[in-house]
Write a protein that binds this ligand. Structure first.
Ligand code: PLP
Length: 297
């Protein structure tokens, strides 16, 4: 097993040795933003989309990112190179920085920029192959009038409460509804359903993070001629779906076999399997080193 590595404000070190001040408002108040990024074949997948979202999240909380786009790119590349394995997961975090006790971000100095490289397996191989059991959590997703779900902030407590509900129920993951009772997403993943061969997912405006993997799946579905519909969904739609699956950088694609104790018609289903194969091909296409074309003599 490769040791987790950390790039902290420009210095690479084993993650176990990385230290932050206890007065960092990221720790005190969850004041900061982050991204989870996977790398394959030694290259970050859809890095520009992740960095765009990071920039938007930071702008939304009035956090000035240290450095420019190029310096983030370089830091990510250096971290992957130093980690030394072709595949893994990066957690890129920007905290408000160390300040005084009290919420005012104005007391904070420079933000801290952290990139952790490690392995991440959200579920076991068995769950990945046979499907996850999910529940609809009683804990609701915060709405845009509380904390806009498009901000990928360090505040995950209501997702953690939902995940605890899943653990208590002996399930693998929880789906959160919004205040109106509509499906939003999983605790760290977006949700898709298949009904009569159509791919359905809630619009991000119902309260989900605008997932990078979600976007890839919607693109691939279009290329494959699978009809895709972004529409408001309720627990009934989950309970009666032909197929259901979760997508995310950590999750990649996880099929769902049971929702609230109701087994789904098929798992892994045919639409899921086609999309999973297409996802793998796409990842390879975007991250594998360009093939040297043999020159004809
Ligand atoms: C709440 C939430 N929803 C969805 C996702 C999936 O987004 P992405 O595919 O960009 O990783 C994540 C990923 O971390 C998440 O935390």
């Amino acid at each position: 097993m490769t040791e987790a590595l950390c790039w902290l404000n420009g210095v690479l070190m084993p993650a176990a040795q990385a230290r932050l001040p206890v007065l960092d408002h990221g720790l005190l108040y969850g004041d900061g933003v982050f991204e989870g990024i996977r790398f394959y074949n030694g290259r970050a997948f859809r890095l520009s989309r992740h960095l765009e979202r990071l920039r938007r999240s930071a702008a939304a909380i009035r956090l000035t990112l240290p450095g420019d786009a190029g310096s983030f790119d370089a830091a990510v590349h250096d971290t992957i190179a130093a980690y030394g394995r072709p595949e893994g997961y990066l957690r890129l975090i920007v905290t408000r920085g160390a300040g005084k006790l009290g919420l005012d971000p104005g007391s904070c100095g420079e933000p801290n920029l952290i990139i952790i490289a490690d392995e991440l397996a959200l579920v076991s191989e068995a769950v990945r192959n046979e499907g996850a059991r999910v529940i609809v959590a009683a804990t609701r997703r915060l709405g845009a009038d509380g904390l806009d779900p498009r901000i990928k902030s360090l505040n995950y407590l209501n997702h953690i409460l939902a995940r605890l509900e899943a653990v208590n129920a002996g399930a693998d993951e929880a789906i959160l509804l919004n205040a109106a009772g509509h499906v939003t997403e999983g605790t760290a993943d977006n949700v898709f359903l298949v009904r009569h061969g159509k791919l359905l997912t809630p619009p991000a405006s119902d309260g989900a993070l605008e997932g990078v993997t979600r976007e890839v799946i919607l693109e691939l579905a279009q290329e494959l001629g699978i009809e895709r519909v972004e529409t408001t969904l309720g627990p009934y739609d989950l309970h009666t779906a032909d197929e259901c699956f979760l997508t995310g950088t950590g999750a990649e694609l996880i099929p769902v076999r049971e929702v609230d104790g109701r087994p789904l018609a098929v798992c892994p289903g045919p639409v899921f399997s086609v999309l999973l194969a297409a996802f793998r091909r796409q990842v390879n296409r975007e991250t594998a080193a360009p093939q040297l074309v043999a020159r004809r003599q």
